[in-house]
Design a binder for this molecule. Structure first.
Ligand code: PMP
Length: 325
């Protein structure tokens, strides 16, 4: 807890998962002063002595220092006392260690870790909270693959809703950024899609990101993702993919992607801590669906995805009601 009397963080213990006590006037309940992070811990049973590794439940966190830095930047943007990096890292490591027995074996899943920073002090009136709570909880999650295959995603490029306002808090993981996505997601699902990709609020032309992931497109050997500035969250997975793609010899561009370019991509994919890297099978924009890759559905039956987009972009399936084929 951070207290206004000491102006510092203190306390910190591991407790069983359970309810929080908050006053009705807690800032976070009234004005939403709240940020979060998402990290994954993976079981690491490698090395020469696999049995010992399994017994010790060794876990590895994916780039926690990057989450600590983003959490700190987010706290400053939201007028909250930043959690020092060392405290953030110690807390996520302690939670990962304490839950190591629950981390699924390699390739079967991981431990999703959720740090939260909340304005818990009570105050009626729009001001930063007088006191804050930093907490971390964790939940084991399965892999994204079903029967050994990644399930490709269908996205709606939303033509009438934005995720984040220009000059707002889109580049932070503010809890309030996610509630506007709920209705947009429901609308995407009503069109047979899993989720949506939002366009920029200034020109309604350029792809920003999904409700919870960054987006990429490829054309030939060029990999492009929108610049993570302004209202786009600078994803940690995104940054790793940019490094990996460059190391693998792809030309890597951080450049705006218009919806027109997206419809002509060879491939698209999403990236994020929860999603990891997931192929996008189709995008739908204004009732027109474009398919990107040929794959199999989760029950193993073949899905006719039409011609590969790489094959002259002759892959457009206009499909009146936008339902998945
Ligand atoms: N954009 C948004 C809006 C997100 O919620 C996430 C998930 N954190 C991402 C992008 C991907 O970021 P990361 O790779 O750090 O998880």
């Amino acid at each position: 807890n951070w207290s206004p009397d000491t102006c510092r963080w203190d306390g910190g213990e591991l407790v069983p998962y359970g309810p929080l006590t908050l006053l009705p006037a807690a800032q976070v309940l009234n004005y939403g002063q709240s940020i979060f992070e998402g990290l994954k811990a993976y079981r690491f049973d490698g090395g020469s002595d696999a049995a010992a590794a399994a017994a010790e439940h060794r876990v590895l966190l994916f780039r926690p220092d990057a989450n600590a830095a983003r959490f700190e930047a987010g706290a400053r943007r939201m007028c909250m006392p930043p959690v020092p990096s060392a405290m953030f890292l110690a807390a996520v490591q302690a939670v990962a260690r304490a839950n190591a027995a629950w981390v699924p074996p390699p390739a079967r899943g991981s431990l999703y870790i959720r740090p939260l920073l909340l304005g818990t002090g009570p105050l009626l009136g729009l001001c930063p909270a007088p006191s804050y709570t930093f907490l971390v909880y964790a939940v084991p999650v399965g892999g994204r693959a079903k029967e050994g295959r990644l399930v490709p995603l269908d996205y709606l490029i939303h033509e009438s809703r934005h995720r984040a306002a220009p000059r707002g808090v889109g580049s932070t993981k503010a809890a309030g950024n996610y509630s506007p996505c709920l209705l947009a997601q429901a609308e995407a699902r009503a069109q047979g899609c899993h989720d949506c990709i939002y366009l920029d609020a200034k020109s309604d032309t350029y792809l920003e990101e999904g409700s919870g992931c960054n987006v990429f497109m490829t054309r030939g050997s060029v990999v492009t993702t929108p610049p993570a500035a302004g209202s786009i969250l600078p994803g940690i997975t995104r940054a790793s993919l940019l490094q990996l793609a460059a190391a693998l010899g792809y030309a890597v561009r951080e450049a705006p992607i218009s919806w027109k370019e997206a419809l002509q991509a060879d491939e698209m994919f999403g990236s994020g801590t929860a999603l990891v890297v997931q192929p996008i099978r189709s995008v739908t924009f204004k009732g027109r669906r474009v398919m990107f890759c040929r794959t199999s559905s989760s029950n193993g039956t073949s899905v006719d995805d039409g011609e590969s987009a790489a094959n002259g972009h002759a892959n457009e399936h206009a499909n009146g009601n936008g339902q998945a084929n």
